[in-house]
Design a protein around this ligand. Sequence first.
Ligand code: PLP
Length: 390
Amino acid sequence: MRVYADNNATTMVAPEVVEEMAPYFTEHYGNPSSMHSFGAAAEDKLGESREKVAALLGAVASEVIFTSCGSESDNAALRGTLESYPEKRHIVTTRVEHPAVLNFCKRMEDSGYQVTYLPVDPSGQIDLQELEDSITDDTAIVSIMYANNETGVVFPVSRIAEIVKSQGAVFHCDAVQAAGKLPLDVRDIPFDLVTISGHKIHAPKGVAALYVRRGTKFRPFIIGGHQESGRRGGTENVPGIIGLGKACVLAEERAEEERTRLMRLRDKLQKALLAKAPDARVNGEGSPRLPNTLNISFRYVEGEAILLMMNSVGIAASSGSACTSGSLEPSHVLRAMGIPFTYAQGSVRFSLSRYNSEEEVNYIIGQLPPIIRRLREISPFGREAEHARA
Ligand code: PLP
């Protein structure tokens, strides 16, 4: 059996999405900026897709800019705002953001900006009073994610947005992991800028969107032609955008039902692993979490070793995030939460999608506990702990 449980890294492209995209590679391949009928076919469908993406966000089409990836949208939101308020030299973010935000902020520090990286508590939450206190007249932008890609911990973005707006700063929310999984409506929450990414919601890689609320000051990050109403240069990835539009429609249609189903499967997995593997803990427990995500640590074993052994029985999961795997340092997210090193090292992230079945979850439940036992047998600390328990 092969089980793909790494959907926070990327998702399978939905067959309906592939079908919708196909004619725009070989039939309607015109440049949407061209005057002829080939261009018009692409442009019409581009407009339709913009409506679909806007609908998922409760936005209007003119507030949606298409980009090449979530990282570009994050960079564009930050850079576009900083350039719009050149007199303001302060950014507020958290210690647990995706590198697309964190590393951008670090780069801005090199250019003389001041950045506040808000800490999180052991359940992964920021202190809202600390957020409010951190915003000053010099703060151009506050960039805080909706849901964490590694732990699934969900921030109270509605409260956060209200606080940021009451303090007069621009609010950008990286909603890459939340889109399609949690309610996300710009009519209910005063976001100024929102990032979403196609490949996390069963659209292809290489396409994403940035929501920019009407009236928000924004300067383009990619400077080029008049595409995207002059807000993002570069010929649009037409098939990708069409795929994103279709993926948004599917996400919206199935959101409620999938949320309930995934949470039940995730909870089943969590309960069984905690029961069958002693010395395990769930990272982010105590916080609201994405319905599809389980980040679990097994004390005294290496996350990488667990992944390799799971891979050998056909299970694909992740340690921390895809972006930090390959390094033996525990993830910056788990470190920020103060997870003890002996646990953080042995962390595994399972992230499910609409294509995962109960049978697959049962397979993980059957395979993983013996793997943990075997790894503890060969770890000196693990052996001691097992013997102490015996
Ligand atoms: N933000 C978050 C929270 C993510 O999880 C990711 C991808 O893992 C990104 C941003 C970057 O998105 P992309 O891979 O489309 O650049």
